[in-house]
Design a protein around this ligand. Sequence first.
Ligand code: HEM
Length: 499
Amino acid sequence: MFSLLFDWWPVIAAALAAWLIAKIVQNDVMSPLAKIPGPWCFLQRRFDMVIGIVCEDAPHRFLRQYHKYGPIFRLDSDSVIVADVEAVRLLHSSNRFRKAEHYKAMEFHQDNIFSTRDVDYHRKMIRVVGPTFSNSSINGMEAMIYETGVEKLLDKVEKFATSSDTFDILQYITYMTLDIIGKVVFDSSFDLLLAEKVEEAEPPVIKWLREVSALGMLRYVLGPLCNRWVFPSHFASDKSLIEFARNAVRKCEEKAGQAAQESTQKTILYQLIKAEDPETGERLTEDQLIAESVIQIMAGTDTVALTTTWTLHLLLENPHTYQLLVKELCVALPDRNARVTHSQLKSLPYLNAVLYESMRILPVTASGNPKQMPPGGETICGHHIPEKYVVYPMTYIVHRMKEVYGPDPEEFRPGRWIDASAEQLDLMRRMFLGFSLGSRACVGQTLAWVELRLALATLLRRFDFHVPDDAKVDMTPVLQFTLRPRARQFLVKAEPRAM
Ligand code: HEM
């Protein structure tokens, strides 16, 4: 075998060289993207992407390229990254720029409001699903959000404060978001916060979500190689999650057939079962109900948990900012133990500034929302990008544009959302991709804001947090589907705040 290779090596080397030259000509010389700056060769671009995925540091890697190449640069043979005001505005301005094929990874059970690339199907889903996330609908859920999630989280932290134990607050905030989603979507909390002790084994719903989101990416990257023989546990989790949602849908359908309690009528699934498309009068099928409720668990738990955790982390890293927020909260909520309502919080300037700033600097959806170019292509940053090529307005980079956020974009400075001129603030808001923009913006953002404000404000009003020296963990932000701490935990101590 080796002697054969040895005899034929000049031929093999020549064939490899010919292949490489042909690929370089195709991808780097003849490509319609050839004039766009970026790493010089397709191999280097592919290498950067693979290393970014393996080391989970893609956002930092591509930020360095932005500093080197400017507002548009090549990501792969058919895709570019942009961080430019006009381009971001254009890409979110109309349905001409559809979601890229990557969103197939978000199809759970079937196409859903998040994954769909079909503009008409999306419009229909917005007509039916949108009202369940309206202000009045979410206001009706506030008591459930508080009692099922926020209050139970406070009880948990109180116990750790009393025992002076160090604990992983990311874990408990994640439990809170899951218990809330369970309650507001299915009328049944997962009761993760009620467990006395943290079990050694991961709670089933957490395992399902972890494996099902990984499965989405694996399917996209590996195609047919991603099957139930290679990833049996992931496929089992997928089945369990769908079965869980199917049972919940059937239970809720039964309740909807009888005289359901008022609190049940407020839940998202109940509203979806009753909802009719105002244009056609159609209702959602059982399969659509399953798919929509699954995507709400997938999209509405980690995002809120990580945003709350990152905000707490950034505050503890910046004691002056932390004190300013605590001061605002102590004035607005004079009684440490009184129940807090969202209306007391929603206009607090510093609380809102802190949350915007945290989502700006550490956006959980850091990679942004890739858009496919329409028929005829489009000119972006002076370059023609052909039909079906993909453009990424990468959130992590857009949120660090000096022309939008000022000369210190790497600083966590909530004050920028308060002291900016009206014109600057308008630009900052229009470039804020934390919840995305336009017709594909986050449909659950009203719910997210209620959870974020209630959780952060009540935690900080009631407790003083710090990171003990002997419990420091690696909080480097890494991209694993969402932006999370490398340690996958955030260890803190809490003390009851003096009245
Ligand atoms: C802090 C929390 C949250 C953040 C930062 C966030 C962020 C986002 C972003 C950036 C998008 C656009 C993604 C893309 O196009 O690739 C999105 C879409 C979406 N989000 Fe959220 N989200 C949050 C909470 C929630 C919650 C609580 C729910 C529901 C329970 C939810 C449900 C959805 C859905 C269904 C979509 C798809 C909307 C569509 O395409 O029409 N999200 N979210």
